[in-house]
Design a protein around this ligand. Structure first.
Ligand code: C2E
Ligand code: MG
Ligand code: MG
Length: 743
């Protein structure tokens, strides 16, 4: 730029120079005129001077404005030499690079470019300088303190002797981050999870590939629809209402949902929906992300099946039964209608298991389950038989009937009808691997109407009724009634006391003599008594079944055995008693316990009793329940020298086939046959048969319950050689028994 004169002195000089250059005045002019002209000129000059001063001020102001504009521009400006050195930089540029301007001048600009971008910059910069091309690029820059930012550079090469590049520099970090986030979002959107974006009205606006893979709907098929497209029909309106409510209130919902694929298949998904809100708080979109969990659900169902169903019959197990029964109780107390619990037990299951093996036993259980399921439901008078049929384990099944009459007698009749039907159905012959099998069932039934009874109490009641059915000869059904309830209460009080009987020394053995036909004493039966502090002497019939049920029979049985063996040992010292054989009653549970043989051996050796003086009385039901094992056990004990008597003979399933296989010494005719012997020809025939059979098998026969001379005479006549009964003596405490012996 050509520089204009600025100082007043220079201006004046310029003005004089102009005057000197002016054309010569006309000669005719007077000195006055000349002076006047000079004055005028003077004034003009001063005016010009003033104008020049004014122009200079304006110029200075505009230069300041320019400098301000330059320095405080919103973008950084810098000028680089062709070698890349910073020649000029405005304050904004210096601030962006994080240095004071002075330090930057003369420095290489590329020192402020992040290492990864430096190569690219140098290539592009060189090309731009060489070819004079404008260059626009985005670079990562570094400030003086090392912090980074992203910048957009607009580079304009300036031609000249020394080529320069003028650069404008703007910070685009924010835009860069936003773009980066969008890129991440785009990748995240294409994740393995299905994503569906809908607008505020639920209209689908976007879906990802995983959505298509999981639902079968392409994007163009889904967009424009609402998520109702996927509804499986497995959730009710209330479910969706709750979901929308959560979305409105919390902007968020998460849960399991059953949906339907395009191909119609229903699948389970884990779905999270979030509402997207505008800065004003208006919901603009909903984003749903989901993954398929059908397999988890299946695994869960499998776990549920294992936990709540019986593996063999696939019927609900005890756990589920308890649960359902609880629900049935609650619903009956709401509706007032009765329900019933049917406790079913097979009568001959153990025999089958023992004789034909567990696999065949399982077949029977499967068949029973089948019959219960079809038999109970078909054409019954009872309306809603979605009732629970369950297997408790072993051969025990429980059916819960619901919605019976509100009137107890009618409800009982309804339950009885179903019960009889069940009994009849189960009594039909079974075809097990081509062989027919006959099996009956006993049923115990109890009714319920309200919440008063607990689930456990109900089962116990039905179980008790079942006991009665078994007692009544099996293949029948019995109802639980309040009288049975008091028995139940009684027995729990008794049980608590019984636990203390052994430790408190309340048990006692009584001895009842056994005699031959010459009424000579050959031995005795040890009979247990419980001397209860309040109840007095309690008979074994009262507490032995309870002891069996609770397992208390094990310590009690051991006590009996020890006491009896100690007695044998004591008697061995006296001539009058050393030949006596002492019979001891052993109950099923005691006999079957693992280690029973070892226990007997131990007691014998501890007491020093002669095994030949000991006789064990077993009952038929004990034997028949597990013939093979019983025989093995009997043989082991027999090998020690111990004898066996079959107690209460004739009342059970007397069968010659197993009787032959048992290592017995004696049959003991049950006292019920002896009782009517003199009057009932039928009983007389039975007694006669037993005696003959016993002799045929080489067994000794003893009759129990002999009360009269008439009975004794008959028995004698039939060939019975041994007797026991009140006719000779009642069971006596030890001292009384010993005194009786001496008499
Ligand atoms: P059980 O083994 O059949 O015993 C014979 C029962 O008949 C005894 O009843 C005895 O008192 C009774 N009895 C004997 N002679 C006559 C008679 O002439 N007329 C009548 N009416 N009854 C007679 P008890 O002592 O009440 O025993 C009942 C049952 O308790 C026994 O029947 C036995 O099964 C069981 N028991 C007794 N002691 C024990 C024991 O130590 N262990 C086990 N497991 N059971 C026992
Ligand atoms: Mg006995
Ligand atoms: Mg008996």
């Amino acid at each position: 730029m050509a520089r204009k004169p600025t100082s007043p002195a220079a201006l004046r000089a310029a003005a004089e120079a102009q005057l000197a250059d002016a054309p010569a005045p006309a000669p005719a002019r007077s000195a006055e005129d000349l002076l006047h002209e000079l004055q005028v000129h003077q004034i003009e000059l001063e005016m010009q001077n003033e104008a020049l001063r004014q122009a200079q001020v304006e110029l200075e102001e505009s230069r300041d404005r320019y400098v301000d504009l330059y320095d405080f521009a919103p973008v950084g400006y810098l000028t680089l030499s062709h070698a890349g050195l910073i020649e000029q930089i405005n304050l904004t540029g210096a601030a962006l690079l994080g240095e004071v301007r002075k330090k930057l001048l003369g420095r290489r600009f590329d020192r402020h470019i992040a290492p990864e971008d430096r190569d690219r910059w140098q290539r592009q910069f060189l090309r731009s300088v060489r070819q004079g091309d404008r260059l626009r690029c985005d670079l990562a820059l570094q400030r003086g303190d090392g912090a980074r930012f992203y910048a957009h550079l607009d580079c304009l090469p300036l031609s000249g002797a020394e080529p320069q590049v003028r650069i404008s520099l703007s910070d685009i970090s924010e835009r860069h981050h936003a773009e980066e986030e969008l890129r991440i979002a785009a990748i995240a959107f294409e994740s393995q999870e299905g994503i569906m974006v809908s607008d505020a009205h639920g209209v689908i606006v976007r879906v990802n590939h995983a959505f298509t893979r999981l639902t079968g709907y392409r994007a163009d098929e889904a967009i424009g629809q609402t998520p109702k497209l996927l509804r499986s029909g497995r959730h009710d309106k209330a479910f969706y209402d709750r979901m929308w409510q959560a979305l409105r209130e919390k902007g968020y919902w998460q849960g399991e949902m059953w949906n339907k694929r395009k191909n119609g298949k229903i699948y389970a998904e884990w779905l999270t929906i979030s509402a997207v809100k505008s800065p004003e708080g208006e919901t603009t979109h909903y984003v749903g992300t989901f993954s398929e969990i059908t397999q988890n659900k299946e695994a869960q169902a499998e776990i549920h099946r294992l936990a709540y169903y019986d593996a063999l019959t696939h019927l609900p197990n005890r756990r589920l039964l308890m649960d359902r029964l609880g629900q049935a109780l609650a619903s009956s107390s709401r509706s007032g209608s009765h329900g019933a619990v049917l406790f079913i037990d097979l009568d001959n299951f153990k025999t089958l298991n023992d004789t034909r093996g567990h696999a065949v036993g399982d077949l029977l259980l499967g068949e029973v389950a089948q019959r219960l399921q079809t038999g109970v439901r078909e054409g019954d008078t009872i309306s809603r038989l979605g009732d629970t049929i369950s297997r408790l384990g072993g051969d025990e099944f429980v059916v819960v009937l619901e919605d019976l009459s509100t009137e107890a007698p009618e409800a009982a009749a309804q339950a009885k009808l179903v019960g009889e039907k069940v009994r009849a159905t189960l009594a039909q012959p079974y075809d097990l691997e081509g062989r027919a099998f006959h099996c009956t069932a006993s049923l115990g039934i109890t009714l319920f109407q309200s919440h008063e009874e607990s689930v456990e109490a109900l089962l116990k009641q039905a179980d008790l009724a079942l006991y009665q059915a078994k007692d009544a000869g099996r293949n029948c059904l019995r109802f639980f009634d309040p009288a049975m309830q008091s028995t139940l209460d009684e027995s729990s009080a008794l049980e608590a006391d019984l636990r203390l009987a052994v430790p408190r020394g309340q048990l006692q053995l009584h001895y009842q003599p056994q005699v031959d036909s010459m009424r000579r004493v050959i031995g005795a039966e040890a009979l247990l008594r419980w001397r209860h502090p309040q109840r007095g002497l309690v008979a074994p019939d009262v507490f032995i079944p309870l002891a069996e049920e609770t397992g208390l029979i094990l310590p009690i049985g051991r006590w009996v055995l020890e006491t009896a063996c100690a007695q044998i040992q004591a008697w061995s010292a006296h001539a009058a008693t050393r030949d006596l054989r002492l019979a001891v009653n052993v109950s099923a549970r005691q006999f079957r316990q693992a280690g029973f043989v070892a226990e007997v051996e131990q007691v014998l050796s501890e007491t020093g009793a002669d095994p030949n003086r000991l006789k064990i009385e077993l009952t038929e039901s004990l034997v028949i329940d597990n013939v093979a094992e019983t025989i093995a056990r009997m043989q082991a004990l027999k090998a020690l020298g111990i004898g066996f008597s079959m107690d209460d003979f004739g009342t059970g399933f007397s069968s010659l086939s197993y009787l032959k296989r048992l290592p017995l010494d004696q049959l003991k005719i049950d006292r019920s046959f002896v009782f009517d012997l003199a009057t009932d020809p039928n009983d007389a025939a039975i007694v006669q048969t037993i005696i003959t059979m016993g002799h045929t098998l080489g067994l000794d026969v003893i009759a129990e319950g002999v009360e009269s001379e008439a009975q004794l005479a008959r028995l004698d006549q039939y060939g019975c050689a041994h007797f026991q009964g009140f006719l000779f003596s009642r069971p006596l405490p030890l001292e009384a028994f010993e005194a009786w012996l001496c008499k």
